[in-house]
Design a protein around this ligand. Sequence first.
Ligand code: PLP
Length: 380
Amino acid sequence: MLVYLDNSATTRQYDEVTKTMMKVMEDSYGNPSSLHTLGYDAEKLVKNARRTLAQSLGASEDEIIFTSCGTESDNTALYGIAHSKRRQGNKIITTKVEHPAILEACKVLEKEGFEIKYIGVDDKCRLNMDELENTIDDDTILISVMSVNNETGTIMPISEIAKMKKNAALHTDAVQGYGKVDLKNCKADLISVSAHKIHGPKGMGALYLKKGINLPAYLTGGGQERGYRSGTENVPGIVGFGKAVELAFGSFDRRITAMAQAREHLRAGIEDRIKDVIINSPEDGAASVLNVSFLGTRGEVLLHTLEQDGIFVSTGSACSSNKKGKGQSHVLGAMGLSPKEIEGAIRFSFSEFNTTEEMDYVLDKLEAAVARFRKLGSFR
Ligand code: PLP
């Protein structure tokens, strides 16, 4: 049996997305900027995909910019707002638990002279809203808070933050929230999304840019994407993204129910069958993530043991966990977990394809792996 539980790292592309992309590559290879029919056909495909994305965010078509990934969307938003609003203020507020696509960009901005404030979280990764409210002042030009945390699934209250933002632009990294929580009414001014987390192609992202918010061009050249991001459009990627959005949002409730069932089955089974665990995800988190510390074990070893039984999980964010010497999860650290608790953490992340039968198989293998590890390590 193969049980894929690393859907926050990336998802399996929908077959229909692959077929659609193949057809575009074979038949619609024109450049959307060309004046002939092949160009026009490609332009129409891009326009349709843009409309699909806009609808999914409750936006209009001219508020969507296609990018090469969630990271590019995040970087574009942060650098763009910081540089265009520099005269209005110097303070940028974010959180301690953002993805490196935000935190590393903040480090660059810090070197440029911006003051960056990092808001803390509690033991379930819930944002300290009082600290946030007290930090926002008239000098604050940008607030960037993720909509769903990638390691714990904690949902951040973006629409609440929108009410307290004063003059700041509000950006949300919704790479993990898109297709999992409703973003239509989140009231953010900029929203980053990525295709490969919702069964679309890798290397495709988008940035929602609310009307009236202007950024300097990120890539200059032929003026594509309303001048924000020049370069010939990735037509197959864009169309594949649109198809994934159509499918994922077309079955939104069914998908979330399937994920929630798998997650709840696994959580209840772990609590029932395995002692000395800490559930790091909040109960009201997104249905897509369950983070658990198995005390007296090492997550990395558990990961490879489970892999031998065809079960694929993660110890944290895939984007940083593959970097040797990168250290422990900054997210779990900010939540106040001890180094040992962080060391024993596993992230299970779900898609609509996971079933409760799969979770029973995972529970059997997990229970045995944890017991074996603890016996060897003489835990308790
Ligand atoms: N932001 C979050 C919260 C993520 O989880 C990820 C990817 O894991 C990214 C940004 C980066 O997205 P991409 O892989 O499309 O660059």
